[in-house]
Design a binder for this molecule. Structure first.
Ligand SMILES: Nc1ncnc2c1ncn2[C@@H]1O[C@H](COP(=O)(O)OP(=O)(O)OP(=O)(O)O)[C@@H](O)[C@H]1O
Ligand SMILES: [Mg+2]
Length: 308
């Protein structure tokens, strides 16, 4: 624990959280007199040949990203530890907000379209995130979602430092890892798959693929079909369900091909779903027979709550 220590201009005050390869501290920038978050990398990483150079190279890539839904990089340092300095984001992460799952589709889509915007912006610049998950989505004081940790998943791969179990074989947490990432491949569409997992989780309160070990979760990513989200939460409309299932397609070619396409599909699905809830038309899109059956057996959501 480094609280009480100063790294460069940053006086570390208290730990905010711990991940697989770093600890994040609330700190004061003593020159500017403002709160910041300082992410200090595991010491074993800095000791790896070439790691420092890769870290600084990726930091430059991350620093060039300027978007309302991406956590900006303020500074980096390499003495006596490698660290990154970013704004202190006060609202916790979407991981914390999971306590409220299943969330209303409108709220989920608001978060997801903001993340899709950020991903689209990065992808157009050739930057793939590779570790899209609720812990890397921070909630700003004004309610916006900010995607953090661009570039960090990439530098972890190939360090030779024994990776935490959950990071093998490629970066990315197995629950959010696209099938091709399990085999060590990833592109922009792998990020969209991970966003699909997050949306599924927020809408249903459950991960689509789980298991007792990292290996079993990764095997499920490759070989198991997700349970239709409408079966877990009947308030999920057929169009929204169709978008989620498309995002989770095993083959990248069957998914949304760009973040903007996925964002637009989510917005359209929520709009179509609302119309479906209010009237007899229930929207289009592929629907599994069981979830259609289950939906038919439920009373229309608004008729039960509206009194005389
Ligand atoms: N800029 C920030 N402002 C406030 N809290 C932050 C900030 N960055 C990270 N945190 C908190 O610190 C925790 C740890 O972050 P870290 O990125 O090290 O790990 P992680 O994303 O949970 O896991 P992984 O090691 O797989 O990336 C986060 O979950 C978050 O709660
Ligand atoms: Mg993180």
């Amino acid at each position: 624990m480094l609280e009480g220590r100063q790294l460069g201009a940053y006086a570390l005050r208290q730990p905010l959280g711990q991940g697989g390869m770093a600890r994040v501290y609330l700190a004061t920038d003593v020159r500017l007199g403002r709160d910041v978050a300082v992410k200090v990398l595991d010491e074993r990483l800095a000791a790896q040949a070439g790691f420092r150079e890769r870290f600084l190279r990726e930091a430059r890539v991350a620093a060039a990203l300027d978007h309302p839904h991406i956590v900006p990089l303020y500074d980096v340092g390499d003495y006596p530890f490698l660290y990154l300095v970013m704004p202190y984001v006060t609202g916790g992460s979407v991981q914390h907000a999971l306590k409220r799952a299943p969330m209303a589709p409108d709220e989920v889509v608001t978060y997801a379209t903001q993340v899709a915007d950020a991903l689209g912006y990065a992808h157009r610049r050739g930057v793939v995130h590779r570790d899209v998950k609720p812990a890397n989505m921070l909630i700003h004081g004004d309610g916006r979602v900010l995607l953090s940790d661009f570039g960090l998943a990439k530098i972890w791969v190939g360090t030779g430092v024994p990776a935490p179990r959950h990071r093998r074989p490629d970066a990315g947490t197995p629950e959010y890892m696209a099938p091709e990432q399990v085999g060590g491949q990833s592109d922009a569409r792998s990020d969209l798959y991970a966003l699909g997992v997050v949306v599924y989780l927020l809408l249903t309160g459950r991960l689509p693929f789980t298991g007792p070990t990292s290996e079993s979760v990764m095997a499920a990513q490759i070989g198991q079909q997700p349970l239709a989200p409408g079966l877990l939460n009947p308030r999920i409309s057929a169009p929204v369900e169709a978008v989620v299932l498309r995002a989770l397609a095993k083959s990248p070619d069957d998914r949304f091909q760009s973040a903007s396409e996925m964002g637009a599909a989510l917005l359209a699905a929520v709009a179509a779903g609302d119309i479906g809830m209010a009237g007899p038309i229930s929207g289009g899109g592929p629907l599994s027979p069981t979830s259609a059956l289950m939906r038919r057996s439920l009373p229309p959501p608004r008729s039960s709550s509206s009194g005389p």
